[in-house]
Design a protein around this ligand. Structure first.
Ligand code: FES
Length: 159
């Protein structure tokens, strides 16, 4: 998939979303943003501006919510999100090797998206499943007790 250029984005999907939510207002802000992200893959600035114009919701409020919640992305994001733990419990069990394997296999650094827009790679301080360490997540799936040589096979399932 080619990188989506913000200025060339159609506002048609936005209009369809807003038509399906005729009373869209401040209370529906999160569901609207979720639908926009589902349609566009992220929250493009030009679409958020148009949404502000059409709904009357202040742009500052929209950006406040969009930047507060981790689920929202303000830049193009891969179809799948790979999150690897860099916390201490995982680190002592070989977490650094997992991070290195992901970087090598996807050919990206932390915070980057693969050129084919398939994966975005992030590291987090703890995934809350230290007993599974070293652990990574792909979207909502946990993969624990990992070894570097397992990473490639797991990621291939999402190709
Ligand atoms: S330190 Fe890795 S899941 Fe908690």
């Amino acid at each position: 998939m080619d990188m989506i250029q913000d200025e060339t984005l159609s506002l048609e999907p936005l209009d369809e979303i807003l038509e399906s939510m005729p009373d869209a207002g401040d209370c529906e802000l999160i569901p609207i943003l979720q639908k926009i992200q589902e349609s566009y893959g992220y929250l493009p600035p030009s679409v958020l501006k148009a949404m502000s114009d059409r709904t009357g919701i202040a742009a500052s409020r929209i950006y406040g919510v969009a930047t507060f919640y981790e689920q929202f992305y303000l830049e193009p994001h891969g179809r799948h999100t790979v999150r690897c733990c860099r916390g201490t419990a995982c680190h002592v069990k070989g977490g650094r090797g997992i991070i290195k394997a992901i970087r090598r296999i996807l050919d990206v650094e932390e915070g980057e998206t693969t050129k084919d827009m398939l994966f975005t790679f992030e590291t987090v301080a703890c995934l809350g499943t230290c007993f599974l360490g070293p652990v990574m997540m792909v979207n909502n799936d946990y993969y624990g007790h990992l070894a570097p040589n397992k990473v490639k096979y797991i990621l291939e399932r999402y190709g």
